[in-house]
Design a binder for this molecule. Sequence first.
Ligand code: NDP
Length: 293
Amino acid sequence: MSTVSAVESAATVLDGKAVAAKVRAEVAARARAYHERFGRRPGLAVVQVGEDPASTVYVRNKRRSCEDVGIASFAHDLPAATGEAELLALVATLNRDPRVDGILMQMPLPKGLDASRIIDAIDPAKDVDGLHPTNAGLLLVGRPGLRACTPSGCMRLLAEARCDPAGKSAVVVGRSILVGKPMALLLLEANATVTIAHSRTTDLAATVRGADIVVAAVGRAHMIKGAWIKPGAVVLDVGTNKGADGKLTGDVEFEAARRVASAITPVPGGVGPMTIALLLSNTVDAALARAVH
Ligand code: NDP
């Protein structure tokens, strides 16, 4: 009896891989339609500076994913010793290149390169990561623009889980430009009542306990305890933490949290696959926006 009720009350595990596959299929159809209409494929330039092994894997995945959905990918691999002027010159070239609809600057950049200056140099219309201050500002003022990929992926997961944030209380743990802040703004745009927690939050347990939607984006394995989760909450775990055994884990105590949540993303296989899918989607959006302007 107790086993049955435990199973019945366990959260739905949100399958990020399946949702990402759905998004990619949509992107492929839109990329095909774009090609038919405008005589070329949408194009994404993926720039890597240096040879950070994790970045090399991400970049390879992004380029392969482009080809899979009918987006042309332009590879720019530069040595770690590349100077700022040289990188800015490449960005300027890509900004002008009519075949390039999106520019992805793989982070982190090697020491000595100022990421903000490089991002600022990207044409906001080609900023498919949604990190340029213009796009961040458009999100803030509630106007259309390219949105950061991981938070957009989280919003799509909420939609797939049939979780409408309107009127709900949401807590975003983490306030980075990459994840936390845009996530909070997207939830606000969707009419949630949003709290942003961070390293100076005094009672994180109590803050999380009040939330119908919890987004964890910290980068500390299992720091969000299952006991903090409000029964029936939807939990999105953005964190990716590599354990000593090489395995990836999230920021949330998954097994304990899934017993109380109504829906939860696993790590790996939750938010992660959505990020690349939304990058591809942003590239087609950018291509269409550039074509009609
Ligand atoms: P950052 O390191 O930039 O930000 C971490 C945030 O967590 C900061 O705002 C920090 O607060 C906050 N924080 C740190 N310690 C605590 C604490 N004890 N209590 C509450 N908040 C705390 O990380 P990112 O936002 O770039 O990434 C977060 C995680 O998400 C990482 O694990 C990263 O690998 C992962 N990630 C996953 C992606 C995916 O596709 N799955 C994509 C992007 C990121 P403060 O500002 O006060 O320092």
